[in-house]
Design a protein around this ligand. Structure first.
Ligand SMILES: [Zn+2]
Ligand SMILES: [Zn+2]
Length: 354
C-alpha cells in the first residue's frame, strides 16, 4: 500500500511546473503522515528546479517550508498524534550517528543529510528513491524531522520560518546577539526581513544595510532602528568599526570588503545568502581588528523547534503573499525579479482544482 499524492513538478530544467501524481511511502513505525496545508516558495526551489546548482533529477517536486496536520502515525511514534499542526523544513533525514547528529546539528551531518527534495532516501523502499518536496498534498516523514508548529501563529505565514526563519535565527543565536548590541542586516529579501524581525525581538539595535532607500523605509516598518545606505560613501565611513555583528543575506557573489570594515574589533559577519564566490576578499579587515567572516546553514532540529517556540511567544511570522498552486510559474518569475514582500506561500487546498 502506498499513499496517492498530488503535486506540481518541474518536468525538466527548462519546463514550467505542471501537475504531477506519485506515491508516498506508507508510515514506518516512527513515521508521521502529514496533510500539507501550506508550502513556502524559497529561492532554492527555483535554483534546483532549473538545475542551476546541477544534479537535479526530474520530475522534480520542490518545497521545503511545509506546514500541515498529522493524518496518521506509525505505531512507535511518541511525539505526535493525528490532528497536530506540524512543520517540515529542509531536512527529512540524516545519519543520526555522527558527532553533528549527536549534537542536534543534523544540517552538518558528516555523512550528508537527506534534503526534503532532491535528496536520496537512504532507508529506501519508496516508490521514488529521490525525495520529493512540499508542492504536494501529503508527505511521510520520520518524527525526528517533524516540528511542532505553535497554534497561535497563522500557519501560512509561519511556513517560511522553516527555512528563511531558521537560516537567520541560528546565526543570531550562535554568535550570541543580545540586547543593546548594534546588529546590521545586509539585504532585504526573504532572509533579510526575518533577520530584522529576529534581531529586533532579541533586543538588538538593528540597522538595515541596503542599496535602496525604499527597502530601508520598509525595513523600519519591520523593526529596524536605522538604515545605512551602502552606496553612501560618507555614511559608510562614519559607520566603520561600529557593529557588533553583521548578518549578510545578499543572495549572489559580491565584494564583502566594504561590509567587513563596519565591524568592531573581534566581531563577525555571517554569510547566509551567497553560495557563489565572494570576490576580492582582502586580508586587511581580518588582520586589522581581528575580525571574522563565517557562514551558517539553516539549523538542526532542536534549534528549529526552539525558533518556532520563540516565534510563538513573540508572535513572529513572515510577511507573505498567498498564492494558488496554478500561479506557481508566475510566482517564480516574480521571485527571480525580487518582486515579492517577502515570501510566496502556496495554499495546497488549490491542488484539488487541478
Ligand atoms: Zn529554502
Ligand atoms: Zn550524521
Amino acid at each position: 500500500m502506498t499513499i496517492q499524492t498530488r503535486a506540481y513538478a518541474a518536468p525538466s530544467a527548462t519546463g514550467e511546473l505542471i501537475p504531477f501524481a506519485f506515491e508516498r511511502r506508507d508510515p514506518r513505525p516512527t513515521d508521521v503522515v502529514i496533510d500539507i496545508l501550506f508550502c513556502g516558495v524559497c529561492h532554492s526551489d527555483i535554483h534546483s528546479a532549473r538545475n542551476e546548482w546541477h544534479g537535479t533529477q526530474y520530475p522534480f517536486v520542490p518545497g521545503h517550508e511545509i506546514v500541515g496536520r498529522v493524518n496518521a502515525v506509525g505505531n512507535q511514534v511518541t511525539k505526535f498524534k493525528t490532528g497536530d499542526l506540524v512543520g517540515i523544513g529542509c531536512l527529512v533525514d540524516s545519519c543520526r550517528n555522527c558527532p553533528s547528529c549527536a549534537d542536534g546539528l543534523e544540517q552538518y551531518c558528516d555523512n550528508g543529510f537527506t534534503g526534503t527534495y532532491g535528496g536520496e532516501d537512504k532507508i529506501g523502499g519508496t516508490p521514488h528513491q529521490r525525495t520529493l518536496g512540499g508542492y504536494s498534498d501529503k508527505i511521510t516523514v520520520d518524527e525526528r524531522f517533524v516540528l511542532r508548529m505553535p497554534e497561535n501563529l497563522d500557519p501560512a505565514a509561519a511556513a517560511p520560518l522553516l527555512c528563511a526563519g531558521i537560516t537567520t535565527y541560528s546565526p543570531l543565536m550562535h554568535w550570541k546577539v543580545t540586547k543593546g548590541q548594534k546588529v546590521g542586516i545586509i539585504g532585504l529579501g526573504g532572509l533579510g526581513h526575518m533577520g530584522v524581525k529576529f534581531a529586533h525581538a532579541m533586543g538588538a539595535h538593528v540597522v538595515m544595510i541596503t542599496t535602496s532607500p525604499e527597502k530601508g523605509a520598509d525595513a523600519k516598518k519591520l523593526g529596524a532602528d536605522e538604515v545605512l545606505l551602502s552606496k553612501d560613501a560618507a555614511a559608510m565611513k562614519v559607520a566603520q568599526n561600529s557593529f557588533d555583528f553583521l548578518l549578510n543575506t545578499i543572495p549572489v557573489g559580491h565584494d564583502t570588503n566594504p561590509y567587513m570594515g563596519l565591524l568592531k574589533r573581534d566581531a563577525t559577519m555571517v554569510v547566509v545568502g551567497a553560495v557563489e564566490p565572494l570576490t576580492h576578499v582582502s586580508g586587511i579587515p581580518f588582520i586589522f581588528r581581528r575580525r571574522s567572516m563565517a557562514g551558517s546553514l539553516i539549523g538542526g532540529l532542536p534549534e528549529t523547534q526552539e525558533m518556532l517556540d520563540f516565534c510563538g511567544k513573540h508572535n513572529i511570522v513572515c510577511d507573505i503573499e498567498k498564492i494558488a498552486i496554478q500561479d506557481i510559474n508566475k510566482a517564480y518569475e516574480r521571485t527571480v525579479k525580487g518582486d515579492v514582500k517577502y515570501r510566496f506561500v502556496i495554499d495546497l487546498a488549490t491542488l484539488k482544482k487541478t
